[in-house]
Design a protein around this ligand. Structure first.
Ligand SMILES: Cc1cc2nc3c(=O)[nH]c(=O)nc-3n(C[C@H](O)[C@H](O)[C@H](O)COP(=O)(O)OP(=O)(O)OC[C@H]3O[C@@H](n4cnc5c(N)ncnc54)[C@H](O)[C@@H]3O)c2cc1C
Length: 293
């Protein structure tokens, strides 16, 4: 295995200072479920591995109705999945987290790591996109917030500088009358990557859709929003015909490849099927909001 030096800062400012010093020759280690494989296989050959595991003040999930949800870089996917705050206010994120790998992996993997890995098939990414999440990045010249819609630039590539850390993910407060749903289509039920992942969010005022967001995973070089499909839904009731028309537009937005998990035409077709299903389920959830026991 490739040899590297191991750094273990105890505070965020120490971590930022070390990253500023070692920059592109260092890799951040969180849960390690992606990075350790990459090191073992020699896909990554850093001189320094900087573990943030001891930076205790990065492990939190906090919510308040004014600022929304804040998830620290060390919150695991399992903590997100089981958090009462996430389940109550952003159930689609808990739902998506619950589809990633297995409980054992979710106990180690962080949500921030899933975002930084920037895999086109990352399971939490479509849900984070429809929830309008932002990444708070910290680096040597301070901090900046980047909407996830502008965060991913290619497979495994983001707008983050090598000297920056993702400190937390920030989600705005949910608007009332909103429902959202994520569907992961994979060949096996567990421990498998998505062939296609679709998340849809619908906000209703009475019968009328006043906001819609649709995000697609594993069908483009990055997770993407299907903007034309979203526009198609706003200003009208969510009927099966409206969902069908939006699914047509989502399918047109997909740019999938053929790989071991599925062919491009199959993926395109599944985008249609899953988008339609997701929109109708999200609308059902939006309608039943407030009527749940
Ligand atoms: C068996 C197995 C099954 C898997 N199945 C799935 C699946 O079904 N769906 C899915 O989406 N993923 C899956 N994964 C991938 C992986 O578990 C997730 O991407 C996970 O969320 C990564 O988080 P981590 O904390 O382990 O990241 P790490 O491995 O620690 O890091 C991942 C990358 O992000 C960078 N990084 C991490 N945290 C930060 C930070 N705070 N700031 C800056 N950079 C950072 C690291 O440098 C590295 O490049 C699977 C992995 C394994 C091993």
């Amino acid at each position: 295995m490739h040899r590297f030096d191991y750094l273990e800062p105890a505070t965020l400012s120490e971590a930022v200072a070390l990253l500023a010093q070692h920059g592109a020759r260092a890799r951040v280690l969180a849960g390690g479920t992606d990075l350790l494989t990459a090191l073992k296989e020699g896909w990554e050959r850093p001189d320094w591995v900087l573990s943030i595991g001891r930076v205790a003040d990065l492990r939190y999930i906090r919510y308040d109705s004014r600022d929304g949800l804040r998830i620290g870089a060390l919150a695991t996917v399992r903590e997100v999945e089981t958090s009462p705050l996430v389940r109550k206010h952003y159930p689609v994120l808990a739902e998506a987290a619950g589809t990633l790998a297995s409980v054992q992996i979710r106990n180690l993997a962080t949500l921030a790591g899933n975002v930084c890995r920037a895999s086109p098939s990352g399971d939490t990414l479509p849900a984070l996109l429809v929830l309008d999440a932002e990444a708070r990045l910290v680096g040597p010249s301070g901090e900046r917030r980047v909407p996830l819609a502008r965060f991913f630039v290619g497979p495994g590539r983001t707008v983050m500088e090598p000297t920056e850390l993702l400190a937390e993910l920030v989600l705005p407060p949910p608007r009332p009358g909103t429902g959202a749903h994520y569907i992961k289509h994979s060949l096996r039920r567990a421990m498998d990557l998505a062939v296609v992942g679709v998340a849809a969010l619908v906000a209703l005022d009475g019968e009328t859709c006043v906001d819609a967001r649709i995000a697609l995973g594993a069908v483009a070089p990055t997770p993407i929003r299907a903007l034309a499909a979203e526009e198609q839904l706003v200003g009208r009731p969510i009927t099966p015909d409206a969902a069908e028309a939006a699914a047509d537009l989502a399918q047109a937005a997909a740019r999938p490849i053929t790989d071991v998990r599925g062919t491009a035409p199959y993926r395109r077709r599944m985008v249609h099927v899953l988008t339609r299903r997701c929109i109708l389920r999200a609308a059902e959830l939006a309608q039943s909001q407030g009527r749940l026991p």
